[in-house]
Design a protein around this ligand. Structure first.
Ligand SMILES: Nc1ncnc2c1ncn2[C@@H]1O[C@H](COP(=O)(O)OP(=O)(O)O)[C@@H](O)[C@H]1O
Ligand SMILES: [Mg+2]
Length: 401
């Protein structure tokens, strides 16, 4: 059925001026409120998984960065049908008071987005998306308790996210006793769906425990079953280093922005200091291929020059990215973890060679356990991890189904 257009006050079809009255900025939060599938909240099952995943990933990242052996407790309580209380508590460094509202109740606020270093969260959407989802589905505020040292009191806050302005609203802000040296505890009430099986929270936490053998994870699911994944090693994973962008991963817009903002005085020094794997010889070759004088000031280069550089980079042979930014677990530890968590007859694990995608290094690690008391129909557990995150369950947003 054809719908007639709205007429303007003169009874005519709307003009560009009429339409202009309806055109306005869309707040990020409002956008994601309507497009929550982009954040990993497209159905109730995924919403529960994403909420747990965002919080647990943050706990693991924060502990790793502060060189703390993680101890994480996850509890999911079924409050009524399709309604869950999700509690995640860690012994991480804690969060300073002023940051708590922004981290949990402002979208697009984070510390990992601008860094080129392996971590679980990357987008800076993370945990605040879970807070917003909780608020949308149950109206309940996020309850956060955090403590940064034994000498300081813990801070307790209840927060709402104002989706029109994308700013936090603090409902409660008080000091609390917490018999813990440091850490963070998050409580969210969400609408969700708890299932068992391959895309479940149970499975995500089991795999996370296996690939993070330095972490202890204590998990109580909505059926009140408790799983204790005790750490298999006291060795913290090697600290991944930050790396500079590899030339092969550069896109035109990114290169143009880097050229504008660099402190390097010449193109030659920009190429060798702001990018990884470019020595003086390679830099000169790139400039030669682009027909641009290496002594030119980066800030003065045009977008056409940047395009020439991108094309020249493609023609130049450049060493693969360093892998210092990766911190694989290693086959030996994966096998050890598997043996601890799965009763099987045969175990094997491997770390595949590193490969590069869009200039970023990746490493796939695989663990397999066969037989034993696993189910007769499917006696195989096959776990795959990319840069230490479970693959089937990774990429919480965008490409997970
Ligand atoms: N449990 C936690 N302990 C300490 N710091 C945390 C914790 N959760 C979040 N943070 C801090 O808040 C930031 C924002 O988290 P998040 O919104 O998930 O984005 P991202 O993880 O992509 O940075 C993190 O980068 C980290 O600095
Ligand atoms: Mg995160």
């Amino acid at each position: 059925m054809a719908k007639t257009n709205e007429k303007n006050i003169n009874g005519k079809n709307p003009t560009a001026e009429d339409l202009a009255k309806k055109q306005r900025e869309i707040s990020v939060a409002e956008f994601f409120e309507k497009n929550r599938h982009l954040l990993g909240f497209d159905n109730p099952r995924k919403a529960l998984l994403t909420t747990v995943k965002e919080a647990v990933d943050n706990s693991l990242d924060a502990c790793e960065e502060s060189r703390i052996l993680p101890e994480i407790a996850v509890e999911i309580i079924e409050m009524s049908e399709n309604r869950f209380k999700v509690i995640i508590e860690d012994n991480g460094p804690g969060i300073v008071k002023n940051q708590i509202p922004k981290i949990f109740a402002k979208l697009l606020y984070g510390s990992k987005f601008h860094r080129l270093r392996q971590s679980r969260g990357q987008q800076g959407i993370g945990i605040s998306a879970a807070v917003m989802f909780a608020q949308l589905t149950t109206g309940r505020p996020a309850k956060i308790l955090s403590k940064t040292s034994a000498e300081k009191p813990a801070h307790y806050m209840e927060l709402h996210l104002n989706t029109q302005t994308n700013t936090p609203e603090v409902l409660i802000d008080e000091e609390k006793e917490w018999n813990k040296e440091h850490g963070t505890r998050i409580e969210l009430d969400i609408e969700g769906n708890y299932t068992k099986g391959s895309q479940s929270v149970d499975e995500y936490l089991r795999q996370t425990a296996i690939i993070n053998p330095h972490a202890t994870i204590i998990y109580t699911n909505p059926k009140a079953e408790q799983f204790i994944y005790a750490r298999a090693t006291d060795q913290l994973p090697k600290e991944p280093l930050e790396i500079k962008p590899h030339p092969y991963g550069l896109e035109l817009g990114i290169l143009a922005k880097m050229l504008k903002n660099t402190e390097s005085r010449t193109l030659q020094s920009f190429l060798t200091t702001d990018l990884s794997r470019v020595g003086p010889g390679t830099a000169k070759e790139i400039c030669d291929n682009a027909l641009i004088d290496p002594k030119r000031k980066p800030q003065e280069l045009t977008i056409q020059d940047a395009e020439k550089l991108i094309n020249a980079i493609r023609k130049t042979k450049i060493m693969a990215p360093t892998t210092d930014c990766l911190s694989p677990i290693g086959a030996e530890l994966i096998e050890k973890s598997l043996k601890k968590e799965i009763n099987a007859e045969f175990y094997v694990a491997i770390s595949r060679p590193i490969f590069v995608y869009r200039g970023n290094p990746f490493q796939i690690e695989i663990g397999l356990a066969y037989g034993g008391n696993q189910s007769k129909e499917n006696p195989v557990s096959l776990l795959r991890f990319a840069n230490r995150g479970p693959i089937a369950l990774s990429a919480g947003r965008m490409c997970n189904n």
